[in-house]
Write a protein that binds this ligand. Structure first.
Ligand code: SF4
Length: 87
C-alpha cells in the first residue's frame, strides 16, 4: 500500500523504517524513562491485612519501591493496581 503525501509516494515500509530510525535517535535512557503514577491516582493505602501488599505485587521493586507508583516506599502498603507476583 502506498500513500500520497504532497508530491511523494510513501509506502508503509518507508514510514516504518523512518519511524524506527527516528526512534534510534532518541538520547540514551529516553526509552527507559517512565512516568510514574501518584499514590492518590492508584489509591495507595496502608496495609489491609488481606495479603495484597506491595511485597506480593509483581510491580514491587525491592527493597521499597514500585515500578509504576511514585513514592510508594512502604512495602506493606497496597494499591488499586496491585497485581499478584508469579514465580
Ligand atoms: S501494590 Fe501498588 S504501590 Fe505496591 S508495588 Fe504494587 S503497584 Fe506498586
Amino acid at each position: 500500500m502506498t500513500t500520497r503525501t504532497g508530491n511523494a509516494k510513501v509506502s508503509r515500509r518507508t514510514l516504518l523504517v523512518g519511524g524506527l530510525a527516528a526512534g534510534s535517535l532518541l538520547p540514551a535512557g529516553a526509552a527507559s524513562a517512565r512516568v510514574k503514577l501518584s499514590q492518590a491516582a492508584v489509591r495507595f493505602h496502608a496495609p489491609s491485612g488481606d495479603g495484597r501488599d506491595c511485597r506480593s505485587c509483581k510491580l514491587f521493586v525491592a527493597p521499597a519501591g514500585c515500578l509504576f507508583v511514585e513514592g510508594a516506599n512502604d512495602p506493606s502498603g497496597s494499591c488499586w493496581i496491585w497485581s499478584r507476583k508469579t514465580a
